[in-house]
Ligand binder design. Structure first.
Ligand SMILES: Cc1cc2nc3c(=O)[nH]c(=O)nc-3n(C[C@H](O)[C@H](O)[C@H](O)COP(=O)(O)OP(=O)(O)OC[C@H]3O[C@@H](n4cnc5c(N)ncnc54)[C@H](O)[C@@H]3O)c2cc1C
Length: 382
């Protein structure tokens, strides 16, 4: 039996040591993860089999007294193990630490994953214990709630890069998108020059179809490897017509059986000007955007053909520098809302509402959010 460590004050129950795979016990709770077997033993208190989804079919959980969410309040840290890929869980990690806005209360559960197997372990755990989860890359397009997230936040650090051939890169979804952009341009390939200025991950860029300077992520993605909600690895390809992107839209935003992007392959074209072009883009960004301040980039989507940019509309509505609490409209680029220090999520939400109202009064159109608000719990989401 592989030993499983729990970084809590609780211990293992000695009678469980001969269970076939991994068993754990804490505070009256026994959980047995048995790969490929049905467990027929009895354990403390009532025995309960969890519904057989593909993720869960090998998990039997036995509770006595505590809720079946599998998390011990205030326990600090614990390790979840489903075989060879243990993952450390932490509790009450502040989401302000994983958001470029520096805003957000505590995540009830928090896990960092650096391999697809670790990711699968956490997803399986969440599914089996009915824990709501959310995957975050760099948190550069997310507004977390002041109350935090009543579930599990999974920080994606699946961070590899493989060069498969001329201009073809296979990258882990947690790989830094700006690093990828710089590397490809330096190698003399065009298509991701714009990415040099985007502080997200590859997974976040694909999910959002991030873009700038006339380029978009979706233009150069050849293949995306995902996990489905039932835990199956699946690959979608451009050639099969499965990857149709639009302005800040990817098919993953609407896919019913989708859970997480694990990796992607990009196809880029040789171009000796790529590095120089990227330098120009980065210089323009520094000149026109508040890149040293805490933000999530552009907050509103551009309204579309025939209309001015959202930033221009906000500026003409006289809103540059307008502040609510610690949040203010950037003086440098009006589509950036800045956390000037101590801003709450509520300040940003109120400022977003104010900007929409004022732009509507002046131009008769409602701006749409580009940033994603991540609600604290399910009720808020509905
Ligand atoms: C200074 C600054 C400049 C910016 N400039 C631009 C710009 O020019 N153009 C632009 O488009 N954006 C820009 N952004 C916004 C942001 O960087 C992009 O949207 C980026 O792609 C988000 O990546 P992320 O990893 O931070 O995603 P996150 O903010 O962590 O997540 C965003 C969404 O993607 C989902 N997601 C993340 N990873 C995965 C995954 N592996 N699988 C499935 N879903 C996933 C999350 O669940 C969430 O729904 C800017 C932001 C900042 C702070």
């Amino acid at each position: 039996m592989a030993v499983m460590s729990l970084y809590t004050s609780r211990g293992f129950h000695p009678s469980l040591t001969d269970w076939r795979n991994h068993s754990r016990f804490w505070e009256g709770r026994v959980e047995h993860v048995e790969l490929g077997y049905e467990l027929s033993g009895r354990c403390f208190g009532a025995s309960r089999s969890i519904a057989c989804t593909r993720w869960c079919r090998t998990v039997v959980s036995c509770d006595s007294g505590r809720a079946s969410r599998g998390i011990s309040a205030g326990a600090g840290q614990a390790e979840v193990d489903s075989g060879a890929h243990p993952v450390k869980f932490r509790y009450d990690v502040m989401l302000s630490e994983v958001s470029t806005w520096g805003i957000g209360g505590p995540a009830r559960i928090y896990a960092e994953v650096s391999t697809p197997d670790e990711l699968a372990t956490v997803l399986r755990y969440c599914t089996c214990h009915n824990v709501r989860w959310f995957v975050v890359g760099k948190g550069s397009n997310c507004l977390f709630d002041d109350r935090g997230f009543d579930g599990c936040v999974i920080l994606n650090r699946i961070n590899f890069l493989e060069k498969l051939g001329t201009g073809r890169y296979r990258v882990g979804s947690g790989y830094a998108f700006n690093t990828l952009g710089v590397q490809c341009s330096r190698d003399g390939f065009s298509g991701l020059e714009f990415a040099g200025g985007i502080p997200g991950t590859v997974g976040g860029a694909i999910y959002m179809n991030a873009g700038a300077d006339g380029q978009e992520t979706g233009d150069v993605v050849q293949n995306v490897e995902i996990l489905t909600t039932s835990g199956v690895s699946h690959s979608l390809s451009r050639d099969a017509g499965e990857l149709k992107f639009d302005y800040r839209f990817s098919p993953f935003q609407k896919m019913s059986d989708f859970s997480v992007i694990v990796a992607a392959t990009f196809d880029l074209q040789p171009n000796s000007d790529a590095k120089q072009r990227q330098r120009i883009y980065l210089e323009r960004r520094k000149r026109t955007q508040p890149v040293t301040e805490k933000s999530a980039g552009c907050v509103f989507r551009n309204p579309g053909a025939g209309c001015q940019s959202a930033g221009a509309l906000i500026e003409q509505a006289g809103l540059k520098g307008v502040a609510i609490g610690g949040a203010r409209v950037s003086e440098k680029h009006a589509n950036f809302l800045i956390n000037g220090g101590g801003s709450k999520s509520q300040d940003v939400q109120a400022l977003i509402a104010l900007v929409k109202e004022e732009v509507h009064k002046k131009f008769g159109l409602w701006l749409q959010d580009e940033v994603l608000y991540i609600p604290y719990n399910q009720e808020q989401q509905l």
